[in-house]
Design a protein around this ligand. Structure first.
Ligand SMILES: Cc1cc2nc3c(=O)[nH]c(=O)nc-3n(C[C@H](O)[C@H](O)[C@H](O)COP(=O)(O)OP(=O)(O)OC[C@H]3O[C@@H](n4cnc5c(N)ncnc54)[C@H](O)[C@@H]3O)c2cc1C
Length: 379
């Protein structure tokens, strides 16, 4: 009995000691937490009081003065046409990819700079007419030569964006350029407020040793994406690129370009919509889900068809060939037939829900205008 009493006594004493340690500590930590809360509250009160003092001490610009300032600034900017505000507004980042998020078919044009032998101003009149049609953007081709070829592309892209108010995309090829040339070109684009680039490999030039810094467009896409500050697009080929072993290999390579950062694709020209729909299906199977614009070239003369077919291997459907043969000796009729054919292609593409139409204008304002008028209400 005495033993039982001893055990009970010991257990009680141990329990008391444990309770003292636990609850005593808890109490202490509660006291510290409360102190911390009080300190934080005091600091907050001080900050609030300081903010009130600052607000009282800073005279607020009256709303009428602010309005007057904005009116004056706006009017001055408008009169000068090139005011700081206007420039600031124009320099707002505009990535082409965002156009595809709006619920409409993107409608864009392609133009090319004049040959080096002609003054750059020789295309300004045509550009003004083309820009007046207000496409979603205009892309500007890049001379195949690489080094030094960028300046005219940059000038024209800058003119379109900064003076004529249409978003522009500068093409940039890499196979004949060293990394330093690409860096210099990117800097030039940046300095001219150009934010969208179509990254291309470009073609090899006979007798010219290609530079080895970039072998494929995907490497250029990755390089520009990693540098940042540009939206990068890529090219694609509904009838397979001429150098590719087969269609599957070409589409798998296209997937590499998209994985490397191409945010949308522009297709090579084609004359048979069925070929394009089949290509779209295959790209989706390959896991390519970026927007793809359909490249449409209105054929307006016979030599143009021959050149295009030999350059890019586009197939000519029987319907197209018949029309072209019938009017080959009547230039005006051939032009009208070419426009009608392109319009028919575009209407069908829009009806089938394509992401966008990229019109190869060949710097021809009349053709661009007639096609725009025919399809603008459908976009
Ligand atoms: C919309 C559009 C605009 C164009 N604009 C211009 C222009 O302004 N200036 C100009 O000079 N040319 C221009 N071109 C032509 C283009 O430069 C040529 O078609 C060129 O031959 C390929 O360029 P790419 O960027 O498609 O090359 P890539 O995508 O590099 O493909 C070229 C070939 O390499 C293969 N390939 C790609 N990646 C790999 C890889 N990782 N491994 C193995 N094989 C690979 C592809 O299957 C393809 O056969 C344009 C073409 C299009 C469709």
């Amino acid at each position: 009995m005495a033993n039982v009493c001893l055990y009970v006594f010991i257990l009680h004493a141990v329990g008391d000691a444990v309770a003292e340690i636990l609850f005593g500590r808890k109490k202490k930590s509660e006291i510290y937490a409360k102190k911390r809360r009080m300190r934080a509250y005091e600091q907050q009160k001080k900050r609030r009081a300081q903010a009130v003092r600052l607000r009282v001490a800073t005279p607020r610009r009256s709303p009428s003065a602010a309005k007057f300032f904005l009116l004056f600034y706006g009017a001055f900017g408008g009169i000068m046409g090139n005011g700081i505000l206007v420039k600031k507004l124009r320099s707002v980042v505009m990535y082409i990819t965002s156009l595809f998020e709006k619920n409409k078919t993107v409608f864009s044009f392609e133009v090319f700079p004049p040959k080096k032998s002609s003054p750059i101003e020789s295309v300004y009149g045509k550009l003004e007419e083309i820009c007046a049609l207000k496409p979603d953007f205009i892309s500007v081709t890049y001379g195949a030569g690489g080094t030094g070829g960028h300046s005219r592309t940059c000038e024209i892209a800058s003119k379109i964006k900064n003076d004529l108010g249409v978003e522009s995309v500068a093409h940039l090829t890499c196979v004949n350029s060293a990394r330093e040339d690409i860096d210099a070109t990117l800097e030039d684009f940046r300095a001219h407020n150009i934010q969208n680039i179509l990254a291309l490999r470009g073609d090899y030039i006979q007798g010219v040793e290609p530079k080895r810094d970039f072998r494929y467009a995907s490497e250029l896409c990755a390089y520009i994406t990693q540098k940042g500050g540009f939206d990068v697009a890529g090219a694609c080929y509904p009838e397979t690129h001429l150098e590719a072993k087969d269609e599957v290999e070409d589409i798998l390579n296209l997937r590499k370009k998209v994985d490397a950062g191409a945010s949308h694709l522009i297709s090579q020209l084609f004359f048979d919509n069925k070929v394009f729909y089949r290509f779209l299906e295959r790209t989706r199977i390959a896991g390519i889900h970026v927007p793809i614009e359909a490249g449409i070239m209105p054929v307006t003369n016979k030599s143009q068809i021959e050149r295009m077919v030999s350059l890019c291997g586009a197939g000519l459907p029987a319907k197209f060939s018949k029309v072209m043969q019938r009017y080959e000796h009547k230039p005006e009729a051939l032009r009208d037939a070419g426009i009608a054919y392109a319009v028919e292609q575009i209407v069908d593409l829009i009806a089938n829900g394509v992401d966008g139409i990229h019109l190869y204008t060949m710097n021809n304002p009349l053709v661009a205008r007639r096609i725009t008028e025919a399809v603008s209400s459908l976009l």
